[in-house]
Design a protein around this ligand. Sequence first.
Ligand code: TEU
Ligand code: CA
Length: 526
Amino acid sequence: MSTADSWWRDAVIYQVYPRSFADTNGDGVGDLAGISERLPYLRELGVDALWFSPWYPSPMADAGYDVADYRDIDPVFGTIGEAERLIADAHAADLRVVIDIVPNHCSDAHPWFVEALAAGPGSPQRQRFWFRPGRGEHGELPPTDLQSIFGGPAWTRVADGEWYLHLFAAQQPDFNWANPEVRAEFLDVLRVWLDRGVDGIRIDSAAVLVKNLDQPGEWSYTDLDGVHEIYRDWRALTDTYPGDRVLIGEVWLPDHQRFAAYLRPDELHAAFNFEFLCCPWDADLLRAAIDESLLAHAPVSAPASWVLSNHDVTRTVSRFGRTDSAFSFPDRQRRQGLPLDLELGTRRARAAALLCLALPGAAYLYQGEELGLWEVEDIPEQLLQDPMYHRSNGTDPGRDGCRVPLPWSGVEPPFGFTTSTPWLPQPMGWKDLTVEAQSGDPHSMLELYRLALRIRAAESGLGDGALRWLDAPDGVLAFAREPGFACVVNLSDVAVALPPHESVLLASQPLDTTLLPPDTAAWLRT
Ligand code: TEU
Ligand code: CA
């Protein structure tokens, strides 16, 4: 493996959420044809790869993370032919393609689960899942007290009295990874998509596949040692393919050593940096998160990754626009409705973008982040779809607010996303945030991203490599990337002097002196 081939070590990977990207047939839901049509936009933006959230046939109980057929495309998105064309067109546009595989659970409409229900207790078909008798005199109590990650019990009872396990929604039965049939099935699914030419696999909920239901609570599924064996098998398979195919794990683990274990040379290539994503707008905490990430990745020689948002979390400009700007699922419930300063949030998001893109390793960009979209917090209740909202009885606002369809053009909804009504309503205020409105405006978020990505691609010091912290006043992050590059981010509330430099390559706000204002970042030629 030559360094030149290791595109994933410093790629900028753009997450496409197909439902909300672009609709071409007027049903209000984004589709593959919409993505194909807009490839020039993505190419011009300057990203290196696209990651597609699930596009498989699905009853959409969890927006497609409930998969009924891992080898096909849902008709709402298009056809297999269109997916193959999209992969080819993306490659022709110099964009790599990463797909999303959901191995922890499937949909209750998946043929295996349908067969398991029909075959009854004790059958080999039920061994592919976690079926158990209930507790209590008549089996009326769930087998364990385990709670679903989406709220409510993690067990649902079927007609014949048995219960099945689902860490997420009831429509997402968990596979039993102790069963060799499950292992063989997923190796085959990976083969199918690798044969179709995808460059990478994003692995959903990667740390929770293996279970020991005798252990209490989340210890029964979080990061059990056996999970590594699965990824060694997956790595052995991907390594047999030509080109540079990668496995990217969705691994939410606070322990750095446990996290890094997934990135050993015979396992996954990369994993999302959720510690960074959850970190508040605070120089000391960010610096600690950066140092700890780099330190954890170094021994396994994996690239770090820098993520500000995705389809599960609060939009960056909204998160940074509140007094408490950390992200966590429980906090989000309390925070919605608290005062929000969108102007401040946007200013910080601009600075954060330059920080992310200057750090060593790869970066992820969630669709709409480049437009500075905010979290839509006033979606009418009857339109909310997320099972996280419904299973928490509305105590969690859910994730619909970061999944609202993109505004492309025009001055009112549907902003060129569709010709009919978008599946989630877009706010009027997005008229200033459309691709059309921002294109050519040097002060827009979109032009900041375009320019930053162009500079990042041309700067030999950026991407993979090391950083060196520079002396800086309190509340300021400053680091050098060799040769000749420095990034300075001012998170304090006073303007600070820039370190010695030859020129300013880019700044997240206009600079009229050599002072860097609060909540501003600059890239310097040194
Ligand atoms: O997310 C997994 C998920 O919900 C984590 O955020 C979770 O909090 C963590 O694993 C707790 O240990 C993925 C997808 O990104 C999400 O959209 C899906 O809803 C979910 O899996 C179920 O497929
Ligand atoms: Ca459509």
